[in-house]
Design a binder for this molecule. Structure first.
Ligand code: TYD
Length: 205
């Protein structure tokens, strides 16, 4: 049996990942692939509980390292319970956020350093890497505009504009650093973004 694929989506808050993920999932399903959708932090019973702790506005005293390790814990459980078994049985896994979110949000946004976050996550994922990562980019101000329409904000979303500016710049720099990361201009009509994604994934299928 062929090994499956791990496709991940990254991007700052408001970049439209959820819409693009569901369009890609439908496309792949129609082509006859078995597709599993999951999200981070979350995707398992334990990881969803960890998610609640991380995003809870009441946990304002949480230290950056505690936050980074909780994201890594949620990820470790998701990799071992869901992602690895699915890939090993030939399925395509689409994950909303993965290690790159930790590199950018905790490594850069929270100043923990990229190298430290990489090594924590090397352990958490048992070395598993995405086959392709779509990084959806939009201008910083457009992201803020899209997010402002939400009714409530979690602890990460309430982390202030300096944090979000660092995350944004972190994403832009990370995008240039590796071949498996594909930058997608998400400041376009939804259908056009979807077509760009299909073009980029074509030769992996
Ligand atoms: P979520 O509601 O899933 O956000 P989004 O819809 O924008 O993906 O909340 C996840 C939040 O956690 C989001 O603000 C990004 C942040 N995050 C990290 O800081 N580090 C991580 O490793 C991951 C996976 C997410």
């Amino acid at each position: 049996m062929n090994k499956g694929l791990l496709i991940t989506f990254e991007g700052p808050d408001g970049s439209g990942k959820t819409t693009q993920i569901s369009m890609l999932k439908e496309y792949l399903n129609n082509k006859g692939f078995e597709v599993i959708y999951t999200r981070e932090p979350g995707g398992t019973k334990i990881s969803e509980k960890i998610r609640d702790i991380i995003l809870d506005n009441k946990n304002s005293e949480m230290s950056p390292m505690c936050e980074a390790l909780l994201y890594a814990s949620a990820r470790a459980q998701l990799v071992q319970e869901v992602i690895k078994p699915a890939i090993e049985s030939g399925k395509i896994v689409i994950c909303d956020r993965f290690v790159e979110s930790s590199i950018v949000y905790q490594g850069i946004g929270r100043n923990l350093g990229e190298d430290r976050i990489r090594s924590i996550n090397e352990a958490a994922t048992d070395g598993l890497k995405a086959d392709i990562t779509f990084m959806l980019t939009i201008p910083f101000e457009e992201g803020l505009r899209r997010k402002a329409k939400q009714k409530s904000f979690d602890r990460l979303e309430n982390s202030g504009s300096e944090f979000h500016r660092k995350v944004y710049e972190g994403y832009m720099n990370l995008a240039k650093s590796a071949d498996y990361i594909k930058v997608v201009d998400a400041n376009k009509p939804i259908e056009e973004v979807h077509k760009d994604i299909l073009q980029l994934i074509e030769n992996l299928l």
